[in-house]
Design a protein around this ligand. Sequence first.
Ligand SMILES: Nc1ncnc2c1ncn2[C@@H]1O[C@H](COP(=O)(O)OP(=O)(O)OP(=O)(O)O)[C@@H](O)[C@H]1O
Ligand SMILES: [Mg+2]
Length: 263
Amino acid sequence: MCDIEKNKKEAKIIALAGKGGVGKTTICSAFVRIISEKYPDARILAIDADPAVGLSTALGVEVKETLDDIRREIIELAASGAGSDAVELLGEVRYRIFDALTETDKFAFLAIGRPEGAGCYCAVNEYLKEVIDMVSRDFDYVIIDGEAGIEQINRRVMEKVTHLFLVTDASKKGTKVAESIRQVADELVMYEKCGAIINRVEDMSVIPFINIPDTDIIGVIESDTAHAKNDIMGKNIFELPKEAPVYVGAKKALVRINILESI
Ligand SMILES: Nc1ncnc2c1ncn2[C@@H]1O[C@H](COP(=O)(O)OP(=O)(O)OP(=O)(O)O)[C@@H](O)[C@H]1O
Ligand SMILES: [Mg+2]
């Protein structure tokens, strides 16, 4: 291995997983904001891996082209014979992905997109896995808002994730989903660190009763009226006051998992 390659900093690949509606997108967007503020020179990529979308609104960006659009174009290109050489096709995929990124002065953004019609979207998930691998060489932080549930962990889409956040509310349903994800992730994700965030907590006295086996609770976020109001008004995470519980709690969790050195 040559020196340049050896000295290259490995990307931190951060993913959020958990039951539906527990705050994955909210916390993911807060992570993007906080990391971009703390490390303004870092190359950050936010990926909306949920076909139901939402991260773009939370971050205040427009989606140009989705990963699924690119997948379709490449299939057409291959079928037409225009890019019959595999190496050529791979180069084309890479070029199109970078072209499809929405760039802001703080971060880049990519959405997986929703395949048309009903049915399985395994193909685009398979694509996403390769893309995470491919783009992680060009970014310092890749922050992925996962689809609700366990499917993307099961399908090894999150295989290369280095920091896995299990998001849950205080409900037993939520913590059980976090527990199952943790168990599967232990087999299928090569993570360095994993921790749980308990979000939207109404009553802090319940926290000592929450237990996710073998999992540290690295963050507790109270119910945040400023965030809820912002969400209803269609405001993005950059418009949230820094004293809001979502901002403060997300920052503390990033410190606890050693993504940030200090508050
Ligand atoms: N700490 C909080 N306080 C108050 N409201 C919150 C908090 N966290 C999230 N919410 C609200 O809860 C709802 C669900 O949050 P969010 O969309 O982030 O969850 P999700 O896990 O991404 O959901 P999905 O599984 O549907 O993608 C949103 O309306 C969001 O504004
Ligand atoms: Mg979401």
